[in-house]
Design a protein. Structure first.
Length: 114
């Protein structure tokens, strides 16, 4: 079983940046894929970015060029660097680990507003 704890959310002005962190309870080096998802009020949860243990990364079209996902296996942590934020990025962001089944963190709120 994998426990995930997100942090780093908050309130930021449009054009600002945030870095989210997802700390796992154990080693992530063998986890094939981890990712960040987000869910805005009244909408379904959608993938934002994924990272595989061999280095491949994928991004939703809406965040390409603005967001960067990375993983530090030594710290058992996955990051999401978010730049040039817009109000449309406002959502609860969830960390995901796929290890036979999906594991989720509790989520961290990101609000982009002037």
């Amino acid at each position: 079983q994998v426990q995930l704890v997100e942090s780093g959310g908050g309130l930021v002005q449009p054009g600002g940046s945030l870095r989210l962190s997802c700390a796992a309870s154990g080693s992530i080096s063998s986890i094939y894929v981890m990712g960040w998802y987000r869910q805005a009020p009244g909408k379904q949860r959608n993938v934002v970015a994924t990272i595989f243990n061999y280095g491949r990364t994928d991004y939703a079209d809406s965040v390409k060029g603005r967001f960067t996902i990375s993983r530090d296996n030594a710290k058992n942590t996955v990051y999401l660097q978010m730049n040039s934020l817009t109000p449309e990025d406002t959502a609860v962001y969830y960390c995901n680990a796929h290890v036979g089944e999906d594991y989720w963190g509790q989520g961290t709120q990101v609000t982009v507003s002037a």
